[in-house]
Design a protein around this ligand. Structure first.
Ligand SMILES: Cc1cc2nc3c(=O)[nH]c(=O)nc-3n(C[C@H](O)[C@H](O)[C@H](O)COP(=O)(O)OP(=O)(O)OC[C@H]3O[C@@H](n4cnc5c(N)ncnc54)[C@H](O)[C@@H]3O)c2cc1C
Length: 336
C-alpha cells in the first residue's frame, strides 16, 4: 500500500481553482484538512477551460464515445453533486436527430443505457417548445447540468464555508509549497506532463425568449456532438466542437455548424441574439483519460478532457482516499 510521506494532517495546497481544483479543495476542506487553493487569475476565471464549458453531467450520453471508466467516475460524481449541491438541476437530457441522421440516432441508442424512447407526443409533453420538431427522442432522465460560471463561484463559496482559504491572483509553483500539494493546473501543467495536449472546444451563447428548454438537447451530428443547453434568463449555450488545435477563437465553419444545429433544433433560434463566441482548450492525455499522478505527497490531477464537470467530484474523492488511507485506484492513479 502506498502512503504519502506527510502526515494526513499536513496542510494541503491545491494549485488551480478550475473544476478539478475546486472539487479537490471542497472535499479536503470538508474532511478537516487545512486547505489553501491558489488560482493565478482573478475570480472571473476567464483563463480556465472550465469557464467555457457546457457543464453537462451526462455519464450515459458520454458512453457513446467514452470509455467505461468515464461512466464509472461520472455516475459516482452525480451522487456527490447531489449531496453537496442539492439544487443542481437533474432534469435529464434529450437526444434528437434529423431524419437523415436516423442511422446514427439508432447507433446512439444502441451504444448507451439509461434512456427512454419518446415519440413526438412524449417529447412535446416534456419540452413544449419542441412540439412538432422531431418524430422521436431519447430521454436520459437521471442526467444533470450546471452553469459553469455560476457553479464555480458557488463551489468556491462552499470551500470557504468549510474552512478553506482561496487565494486569487496567486501564481505558485509546487516546489515552493510545503505539505501535500495537488496540482490541478489543467493545460498549464505541460511543464511537468509534456504529453498533455489541448483539444479546442468552441461555443456560442445566444439569447431569446421564444424558446424554453428545461434540459440540454443534443442533436446527432456526423462529426461532433452538438447541443443546446438552457442557461438562466433566456440564454442558451451552443456547443461544442472538438478540434485538434490549440489556437483560440471560433472559425466561421464552426460558427455555421453550431448556429445551424440550434436552428435545426428550433427555427426560432434563428431570431436569437448572439451574445458571445468563445473557445477553451480541454486538457487531454494521449488516451483522453483522466489521471491522478502520485509521487508521495505531490499529486497531479489532470487530463479531464471533455468530462471535467462530470468526473471532478469522483476524482477528488479518490485523491482524498489516497491521502487519508493510502487507497489506490488502479484505473486512474499512476504512482511513481
Ligand atoms: C466548449 C467546451 C465545452 C465543455 N463541456 C463540458 C461539459 O458539458 N461537461 C463536462 O464535464 N466537461 C465539459 N468540458 C470539459 C471541461 O471544461 C474540462 O474538462 C475542465 O474544465 C478541465 O478543468 P481543469 O480544472 O482541469 O482545468 P481549468 O479549468 O483550465 O483550470 C486550471 C486552472 O489552473 C490555473 N493555474 C494554472 N497555472 C497556475 C499556477 N501556476 N498557479 C495558480 N493557478 C494556476 C488556471 O488559471 C486555471 O484557472 C467542456 C470544455 C469545453 C472547452
Amino acid at each position: 500500500m502506498y502512503q504519502t510521506t506527510k502526515r494526513p494532517d499536513s496542510p494541503v495546497s491545491i494549485i488551480g481553482a478550475g473544476i478539478a481544483g475546486a472539487w479537490q479543495a471542497l472535499l479536503f476542506a470538508q474532511a478537516g484538512h487545512s486547505v489553501t487553493l491558489h488560482e493565478r487569475s482573478d475570480a472571473a476565471m476567464t483563463d480556465a477551460t472550465s469557464h467555457w464549458a457546457g457543464g453537462m453531467l451526462a455519464p450515459y450520453c458520454e458512453a457513446e464515445v467514452a470509455e467505461p471508466i468515464i461512466s464509472r467516475l461520472g455516475l459516482r460524481s452525480l451522487d456527490i453533486w447531489r449531496r453537496e449541491l442539492p439544487d443542481t438541476p437533474f432534469n435529464g437530457s434529450l437526444v434528437v436527430a434529423l431524419p437523415r441522421e436516423r442511422n446514427d440516432f439508432e447507433r446512439f441508442a444502441r451504444m448507451t443505457e439509461g434512456h427512454q424512447r419518446l415519440d413526438a407526443a412524449g417529447l412535446a409533453a416534456l419540452e413544449p417548445s419542441l412540439e412538432g420538431r422531431f418524430r422521436e427522442a431519447l430521454f436520459f432522465p437521471t442526467e444533470g447540468h450546471v452553469e459553469p460560471r455560476r457553479v464555480l463561484p458557488k463551489l468556491h463559496e462552499r470551500i470557504r464555508a468549510a474552512g478553506g482559504t482561496i487565494k486569487f491572483s496567486s501564481d505558485v509553483s509546487a516546489k515552493d509549497l510545503d505539505g501535500i500539494v495537488i496540482d490541478c493546473r489543467g493545460l498549464v501543467a505541460r511543464d511537468e506532463a509534456p504529453e498533455l495536449r489541448g483539444v479546442k472546444g468552441e461555443m456560442i451563447l445566444i439569447e431569446t425568449d421564444e424558446v424554453q428548454l428545461a434540459r440540454p438537447v443534443r442533436l446527432i451530428h456526423p462529426r461532433w456532438p452538438l447541443y443546446v443547453i438552457p442557461r438562466e434568463a433566456g440564454l442558451f449555450m451552443l456547443g461544442a466542437t472538438s478540434i485538434e488545435a490549440e489556437d483560440t477563437g471560433v472559425s466561421v465553419r464552426s460558427a455555421l455548424e453550431l448556429l445551424g444545429a440550434a436552428y435545426a433544433v428550433h427555427p426560432a433560434f434563428g431570431e436569437a441574439r448572439i451574445v458571445e463566441f468563445g473557445s477553451g482548450l480541454r486538457p487531454a492525455f494521449p488516451d483522453n483519460l483522466p489521471r491522478i499522478g502520485v509521487r508521495g505527497d505531490r499529486i497531479a490531477v489532470n487530463g479531464l478532457f471533455r468530462h471535467g464537470f462530470l468526473i471532478a467530484p469522483a476524482l477528488a474523492e479518490l485523491t482524498l482516499a489516497y491521502v487519508e488511507r493510502g487507497q489506490i485506484d488502479n484505473e486512474v492513479m499512476q504512482c511513481a
